[in-house]
Ligand binder design. Structure first.
Ligand code: MRU
Length: 363
């Protein structure tokens, strides 16, 4: 998508590869600073995924695919007997970077598998580069299609609630939950978005708001606990969220707090949609119970960072010293609460409280 910096518009992807460097928009600095972060080695890229310089399922997936590719490039410079172990070790480290987003595992496997039949290290490098780039392109293309299908659900004058950030920053381009909003705007519809601030890391307040502002879409950032109030007031007509992993029956892991919004939507008779590319579906997880949920440091709850009145980025503590914190990063919304899943292959509607995702993957 386009980013306006100093009145100049430039197209950016969220993550890309330049020679053997993995480049990414530094999401830890937004909305206050726009900076590109460069990862010289696969270890640097793993660290960027872990510390959320790059975050969001699709963007993590593209970064992980590129990290796998960097590892193959690095291995090709080693004596042949060390190269295979180097790549295997890298594969494990990349997989360990974050546990929930399925796109990470999908991408690592895809790039790794592309090298298996290479008859030389040079060929392995060229296969890995091609596959990592294709993986990123496929992510962008899938999100574009999600927008094309999803915009039919977004009426002129729609009032949409979204949670966390499932916009273009969470993918290579376009986004999942926000892609239908962008497509609706491009089709001339007027859309108002309510963006949950999304404690503790505030992806809604920091990233979704920045994206919407950039795209000229009217929006309000609302406290996480205000969604029920606005639903009951009739202000919200549709909920669209992203997904980090979708189980075979449609149970969906997404940012912590999503489940609460789905329950509220049901209570208030509001359609609740999940938007995700099929690379987020994990057919090996039969239900949501099989999805690993990441727990992050309690420090993310204790400390909040933002810009002070003099333009300096500061971190402040919001809890008493001595209190303990719990920080699950995701929760699972049961399939029965989901009206439909918007994918690049079309919109799948709920049938008898579940989804037939196996058939969708084969389509
Ligand atoms: O912890 P994050 O920021 O990587 O979490 C991912 C998310 O932003 C959300 O859960 C999002 O809604 C789905 S990812 C497209």
């Amino acid at each position: 998508m386009k980013v306006k910096i100093n009145n100049e518009e430039k197209h950016y992807r969220t993550v890309w590869m330049k020679e053997s460097d993995v480049c990414m928009i530094n999401q830890r600095l937004l909305p206050h600073r726009f900076k590109v972060h460069k990862c010289k080695t696969y270890i640097d890229t793993v660290e960027a995924i872990r510390n959320m310089t790059v975050r969001g399922a699709g963007a993590i997936g593209a970064a992980a695919g590129y990290a796998m590719c960097q590892a193959v490039i690095e291995a090709a410079k080693l004596p042949e007997e060390e190269a295979v172990n180097y790549v295997l070790d890298a594969e494990k480290r990349i997989r360990d970077a974050r546990p929930t987003a399925q796109n990470l595992f999908y991408a690592v496997e895809r790039v790794y598998n592309s090298t298996i039949n290479a008859d030389s290290l040079e060929r392995a490098v060229s296969f890995a580069v091609r596959e990592a780039e294709q993986n990123a392109d496929d992510d962008a293309e899938a999100c574009k299609r999600i927008g094309e299908y999803g915009q039919w659900l977004v009426a002129d004058g729609a009032r949409v609630l979204t949670h966390c950030n499932a916009g273009w920053l969470a993918f290579v381009d376009y986004g999942s939950a926000l892609s239908p909003v962008y497509a609706a705007k491009a089709a001339g519809k007027k859309v108002l978005v309510y963006a949950d601030e999304t404690r503790p890391r505030l992806q809604g307040a920091n990233l979704t708001a920045w994206e919407l502002l950039n795209e000229g879409i009217e929006h309000y950032v609302i406290p996480d606990n205000a969604a029920g109030y606005f639903m009951k007031e009739g202000k919200i007509r549709i909920v669209i969220v992203g997904a980090d992993r979708i189980a075979a029956n449609g149970d969906t892991a997404n940012k912590i707090g999503t489940y609460t919004k789905a329950v509220l939507a049901k209570e208030n008779g509001i359609p609740f949609y999940v938007a995700a590319p099929t690379s987020t579906i994990d057919i090996n997880c039969k239900t949501g119970k099989d999805i690993p949920i990441e727990y992050r440091s309690g420090d993310e709850v204790h400390w909040v960072s933002g810009m002070d009145g003099s333009g300096r980025i500061r971190k402040v503590r919001v809890t008493p010293e001595g209190s303990k914190a719990l920080n699950p990063a995701f929760d699972v919304t049961p399939a029965e609460l989901i009206t439909g899943i918007i994918t690049e292959k079309g919109i799948l509607f709920n049938e008898n409280k579940r989804f037939n995702l196996e058939t969708l993957l084969q389509a």
